[in-house]
Design a protein around this ligand. Structure first.
Ligand code: ITT
Length: 198
């Protein structure tokens, strides 16, 4: 059974492929299905956008499609950048990090609590047939650190390991991350769907 991992983000794709390595599916990426314009992410929640993307790519390709909508919520910034994480303050992460530190310093809260959130939706036969969620709680690191991962990983400190998620290799990040938790639940579903097939 083919499963389209419907993301344009290479960092996400690498992590998802690692987590689903032993799932009973043949993973296909957007590179394998030809040019498809990106959908507008007009949902108001991570869950809405995950469903929207999964259904959109499923309808465009006819393949069972899984989408991930995720982001960073910083407590002292009232949950920003949240569902807008990918495009908030542009696409240059050095600039995004500077802006975050500037806003946090104005409030005297550089080490604010923060969390990464991930919602996953799987669409097949014209509808969403599975959803899952994962969260990892942490704090904003005093300075960016680490070269692994992608996006906001260098500024997200995971206190139980005393490292940013950019200082964890892919497999270790997957054991503790929002995406790891949400996609592990998908892997369980793929191995034993409730009605014997999915
Ligand atoms: P697709 O919609 O094509 O999957 P995207 O990157 O636009 O790609 P989202 O709309 O879900 O995806 O935005 C997710 C953003 O949240 C991502 O670009 C990062 O900025 C941030 N993010 C999510 N998970 C992350 C992680 O594990 N590490 C670092 N940053 C993360």
């Amino acid at each position: 059974m083919k499963l389209l991992v419907a993301t344009t983000n290479p960092g996400k794709l690498r992590e998802i492929a690692g987590i689903l390595e032993h799932a009973p599916v043949e993973l296909v990426s957007l590179d394998d299905v030809g040019e498809i314009p990106e959908p507008e992410e007009i949902g108001l929640t991570f869950a809405d956008n995950a469903r929207l993307k999964a259904l959109y790519y499923h309808r465009a390709t006819g393949l069972p499609s899984v989408a991930d909508d995720s982001g960073l919520e910083i407590e002292a910034l009232d949950g920003l950048p949240g569902i807008h994480s990918a495009r908030w303050e542009g696409s240059d992460y050095a600039v995004k990090f500077r802006k975050i530190y500037e806003l946090l310093d104005m409030k005297g809260k550089r080490g604010s609590s923060a969390r990464f959130v991930c919602r996953v939706a799987l669409a097949d036969r014209g509808e969403v047939i599975f959803e899952s969620a994962g969260v990892i709680e942490g704090v904003i690191a005093d300075t960016p650190r680490g070269d692994h991962g992608f996006g906001y990983d260098p500024i997200f400190l995971y206190p139980p390991l005393g490292r940013t998620t950019a200082e964890l290799d892919r497999d270790l990040k997957a054991t503790v991350s929002h995406r790891g938790r949400a996609f592990e639940a998908l892997a369980v579903f793929l191995k034993s769907p409730p009605n014997g097939r999915w």
